[in-house]
Design a protein around this ligand. Structure first.
Ligand code: DGJ
Length: 545
């Protein structure tokens, strides 16, 4: 399309979006000091999410069986793949029939959607590209390995690839605007999926070699120099701004930084065009390095934390960066994405540990969203004792808490922790506004045998002395932080509560044996419950010796 016509169309598109979304503003990300939140219809929105398996949204009929099931387990937002091959099977002919049906069914089930754009790359590879792209390696060149083989990975430097991805992504966003700007079932879009180069070093196609042998862009180097104090330790250690070549400037990280810059440039162009059509929040997700993995063993040049600053500088159309966390060290990885200006959202988390890690994500990392991967594989039927699945229990508790949780996150009035039998410490303590919450895994009494291998909790402060604690598998004791003041703290009351029609209802008051004679909160070892805990404080009496 000629440039002028394209600009006019984009402006018209944007105007239509602005007008048609009159009553309700378009979803947006509001940056806060230590993160950010998603604003939907003018209010902060907490995503209790689930991402579908890769082959679960390829037909319209799958929506009919999957979405009603997810709506029942307190998931409020479903992340669904939209594949390039699905919407542009023939070049220039777009088909949004399947997506439209998913949107319709989601509306019926009062669910929101996040679109995962499986365009040029999905987990480094390019297998969601249509046949007409895959089969024309001249027009859509592949990345080339160190030993000269063409990979099943599109090169970031294919000009026709970029042009085609921009065009189809714009068409997708235009369509979503036309169908959905009014109702806003679709909240955000992930641009590509876990990009990065797999193989030793970097793309060695002739275009890549040529570019690699030129100096790195002055603007990139200058900007990194200007933000030197904000660089990750990995980038700072490898950044020598006075050099002249990629190798000199980025040392041992040169290949990976080069790939990061190339993916970021490509993604910037695609996302910017998409936003011209419909400016929903857009993010990219990272496959994180497994312990001891080298770049190229994990997708090199993806938006993982080591060289993320390269993306921040190169891809301003991206609103935030997200980790897919499958590795055991959930706490470490989520905190690497909790940096100034980045709203925390975990699009993919391991399903088995998600019922625990969700408490940590919202409570400790102030995430505005968390999503378990493969959510459609959950067995939603109750167990023989009538208990819902672990994920459902966690999301139900977080759903109940959300009204208190969202403002508390912004005020830094939340904490969270996860304990496993294999954790390095049997006891963990979190502090919140002068109170200490010390947790250990649940044990029987009087034998003191472990009742569970895993426990987790979120603590939300609702008043100076009142806390909602949701979770399971922990025994929690309370104290005043001696570094804050000289007061002592104790339990006034513990109630097991649930939310009915927007009100907290007390199910039980926990006393006597259930609170170890008023000394601790003993959570249910295997079921998620929410407790309202009121603490008292009093001056410490000093007795003469
Ligand atoms: C991460 C990817 O982003 C997902 O699409 C999926 O392939 C999972 N890994 C693993 O099942």
């Amino acid at each position: 399309m000629k440039n002028k016509a394209r600009i006019v169309l984009s402006v018209v598109g944007w105007l239509v979006a602005a007008l048609s979304a009159h009553a309700s503003e378009i979803p947006r990300v509001q940056k806060l000091n230590d993160g950010g939140r998603l604003i939907v219809n003018g209010k902060p929105y907490l995503i209790l999410g689930g991402e579908l398996g890769n082959s679960s949204a390829g037909t319209a009929a799958q929506a009919d069986s999957i979405l009603p099931k997810l709506a029942k387990i307190h998931v409020n937002t479903v992340l669904i793949p939209v594949a390039w091959e699905q919407i542009e099977p023939i070049e220039g002919k777009f088909d949004f029939g399947i997506l439209d049906h998913w949107i319709d069914v989601a509306r019926k089930e009062h669910l929101h959607l996040v679109i995962l754009w499986f365009g040029s790359w999905k987990n480094a590879f390019s297998n969601y590209a249509p046949g007409w792209v895959k089969s024309d390696t001249k027009r859509f060149p592949r990345a080339v390995s160190a030993d000269g083989a063409e990979l099943e990975i599109l090169s970031t430097l294919g000009t026709e690839t970029l042009k085609s991805d921009r065009r189809v992504f714009s068409a997708l966003m235009t369509h979503v605007r036309e169908k959905d700007a009014e109702q806003q079932t679709v909240l955000m879009v992930q641009v590509e999926n876990e990009v990065g180069y797999l193989g030793r070093g970097r793309d060695r196609s002739s275009a890549a070699n040529q570019l690699f042998h030129q100096p790195p862009p002055v603007a990139l180097v200058q900007s990194l120099r200007d933000h030197r104090e904000a660089l990750s330790p990995e980038l700072a250690a490898n950044f020598h701004p006075n050099g002249n070549s990629w190798q000199e400037v980025f040392g041992d990280a040169a290949d990976e930084v080069f790939m990061a810059w190339n993916y970021a440039r490509f993604i910037q162009a695609v996302a910017a065009d998409g936003k011209q059509a419909y400016p929903l929040p857009m993010y990219v997700n990272a496959q994180l390095p497994a312990p001891a993995e080298r770049a190229g063993e994990y997708p090199s040049g993806g938006p993982h934390p080591y060289y993320l600053e390269v993306y921040c500088v190169t891809a301003p159309a991206i609103d935030f960066y997200s980790p897919d966390i499958y590795w055991p060290d959930f706490e470490y990885w989520i905190h690497r994405y909790q940096f100034h200006g980045n709203a925390v959202f975990v699009p993919e988390a391991r399903l088995e540990s998600a019922p625990f890690n969700a408490f940590y994500a919202y409570g400790e990392a102030k995430a505005f969203g968390f999503s378990a991967f493969g959510i459609d594989s959950i067995d939603v039927s109750a167990d023989h004792a009538g208990n819902p699945s672990a994920m459902e229990q966690t999301y139900q508790a977080l759903d109940d808490l959300s009204e208190a949780l969202v403002p508390a996150q912004a005020l830094e009035h939340t904490r969270g922790l996860v304990l496993h039998v294999s954790s390095p410490r049997p006891t963990q303590t979190v502090a919140l506004n002068g109170f200490l919450f010390e947790a250990t895994l649940s044990r029987s009494w009087p034998a003191k045998t472990l009742l569970t291998d895993d426990g987790a909790m979120i603590v939300v402060q609702s008043k100076p002395n009142e806390f909602f604690i949701a979770g399971r598998g922990l025994v929690v004791t309370f104290a005043r932080d001696p570094d804050r003041d000289d007061r002592v703290a104790g339990i006034t009351s513990i109630e097991e509560v649930s939310r009915v029609d927007g009100e907290w209802i007390t199910q039980r008051r926990l006393n006597g044996d259930q609170s170890n004679q008023g000394r601790q909160l003993s959570m249910s070892p295997n079921q998620v419950k929410t407790y309202r805990v009121i603490l008292y404080t009093t001056e410490r009496e000093r007795h003469a010796q």
